[in-house]
Design a protein. Structure first.
Length: 478
């Protein structure tokens, strides 16, 4: 049994806590935010997320699939809104195959509750300010608790006023009663990663894209119903930018505008409510009447940046490891950041199971070697998918290509599986899916260049094109 500290009670940290506790470890989670179960907060990041097969596998592993399904809304495909308000539905897969819109807050609460049920101790409103991996000391800031009735504050008095904090509490990893192992599930700007960066030969890069994002809302109709089709992920593709909308259980939709920071049009350019309304009327005419609070929300809600973080190694000796966004933050365009972080946990749990002797150095090494190539692959795919979502989904050539892709899948399911299906509906390792996708893309390029393909695609013999493809696809279709 190990004493383990997990830094960050976000989606990944709270899932990991259950898995580690179930394996007999003593687990403590330190989180700078308040406990979501008693005090709701929103940090400006997506209110809801798309959960797909890899996420569900993790939910099944910890036994919360049914609980999460209670508030998960199936989305069977993309609903494309053209600039004239015309709709086109593009299914994600076969009938019954769907991804789910899940509330970030409810999911996080469910995972925290499950971890607490397994005896995990949570310390909320405790912020880690420094980590020394050599001495295994964490520095933590905690809020001042009001002194118990009849007692005075300790002296000397801490500073008063805004952000009033106690003097730093020092927690030693490895000291009697303290943790032996530290997991950094503390997100894209991880403190654990920062500590690792001070070690020699730690590779690190962060790349921002030229687009930021802002969240907006489509409320329920005055009659309390959905304003647009609930069982779809809505996209308003507009070339180099886009708006998307995912449904919420209260019949609202959370929309996200992915928009350039500067240039025309851009966040920089839209400065007044009149400019905003004018822009929406021209660009998203069908949605403007559905957003009565557009200007309020647009000028009140934060505009946030999007980045890819790559680093390696993810572990330090047998003492520390990065997981989730702390190891691999990616842009959100394949809806896989959380799913990938959950898969990190599933894979790590499997590796722990293969090491009953509890050799943590070997466990952590095997974990980072298994996950790093897959994290790199999904980072690449997520960047590519932005172009597909904001631009290609409205292009007739692209739609024909998608039809042929699906047709080949139906004709040869053992030899051809569309990339989207591999990523969202199977557990095929991301790196393998990327390689398969590249091979299939090259074949589709050849097919699309055939004369009269628009008219003969349904009756063509594709055998000469696809022969030489792999004969088996790993993972399970759901
Ligand atoms: C706009 C947007 C849309 C997205 N949509 C999807 C989607 O549809 N599907 C999907 O799979 N993924 C999606 N993602 C990605 C997903 O949000 C992340 O991959 C996921 O939240 C990562 O979880 P995590 O637990 O690793 O990190 P986080 O969720 O960032 O959690 C980190 C936690 O650590 C805490 N913390 C940080 N620093 C400290 C500290 N010093 N001390 C104590 N606590 C600390 C934070 O408060 C936080 O609670 C989206 C991301 C964005 C930005």
């Amino acid at each position: 049994m190990k004493n383990i500290t997990i830094l960050g009670a976000g989606l990944v940290g709270s899932l990991l806590a259950t898995l580690l506790a179930r394996r007999g470890n003593r687990v403590q989670v330190i989180e700078k935010r308040p406990d979501l179960r008693v005090k709701s907060w929103h940090d400006g990041r997506s209110i809801n997320l798309a959960m797909s097969e890899r996420g569900w596998q993790a939910m099944r592993l910890v036994g919360v699939e049914e609980a999460v399904k209670q508030f998960a809304i199936p989305m069977h495909g993309r609903m494309i809104h053209d600039p004239h308000g015309k709709l086109a539905f593009q299914p994600y897969g076969d009938e019954g195959q769907c991804i789910y819109s899940v509330s970030r807050s409810l999911l996080n609460q469910t995972l925290i509750t499950e971890a607490a049920r397994h005896g995990v101790q949570f310390l909320f409103e405790h912020k880690c300010t420094a980590i020394d991996l050599q001495t295994n000391v964490l520095e933590i800031e905690a809020p001042i608790q009001p002194p118990p009735k009849g007692e005075e504050r300790p002296h000397p008095s801490p500073p008063q006023g805004e952000g009033e904090k106690s003097p730093l509490l020092r927690r030693g990893l490895g000291e009697a009663g303290g943790p032996d192992l530290l997991f950094g599930s503390d997100g894209a700007f991880s403190s654990v990663r920062l500590a690792m960066m001070k070690r020699p030969r730690f590779d690190y890069s962060q790349d921002y894209i030229d687009h930021g994002y802002k969240e907006l809302t489509i409320p329920a109709t005055p009659g309390g119903d959905w304003a647009i089709e609930p069982n779809a992920l809505h996209i308003w593709p507009r070339g180099h930018f886009m708006l998307i909308a995912l449904p919420n259980p209260d019949k609202t939709f959370t929309c996200t505008l992915f928009f350039p920071w500067s240039g025309s049009p851009s966040f920089d350019e839209i400065q007044t409510p009149a400019q905003l309304t004018d822009f929406f009327a021209k660009t998203f005419p069908d949605i403007l009447p559905l957003m009565p609070n557009l200007a309020d929300e647009y000028f009140r809600n934060p505009t946030s940046a999007l980045l890819t973080v790559r680093c390696y190694p993810w572990t330090y000796q047998d003492k520390a490891a990065l997981i989730g966004d702390a190891a691999h933050a990616i842009v959100p365009f394949f809806g896989q950041g959380m799913n990938c972080g959950f898969e990190d946990c599933t894979v790590l749990d499997g590796i722990i199971g293969q090491h009953p002797e509890g050799d943590w150095q070997a466990i952590l090494r095997a974990y980072e070697q298994a996950r790093k190539p897959n994290a790199d692959a999904i980072a690449e795919l997520a960047l590519q998918n932005f172009v597909e979502m904001r631009d290609k989904v409205a292009d007739p050539k692209f739609l024909l290509r998608k039809k042929i892709d699906a047709h080949l899948f139906h004709q040869h399911p053992d030899r051809w599986v569309p990339l989207y299906t591999l990523i969202s509906f199977t557990a095929t390792p991301y790196a393998e899916a990327l390689a398969i996708g590249k091979r299939q893309d090259a074949i589709l390029d050849t097919i699309m260049a055939l004369p009269d393909i628009e008219n003969c695609w349904e009756t063509m013999d594709y055998e000469p094109y696809i022969s030489g493809q792999r004969s088996e696809v790993r993972g399970q279709n759901v």
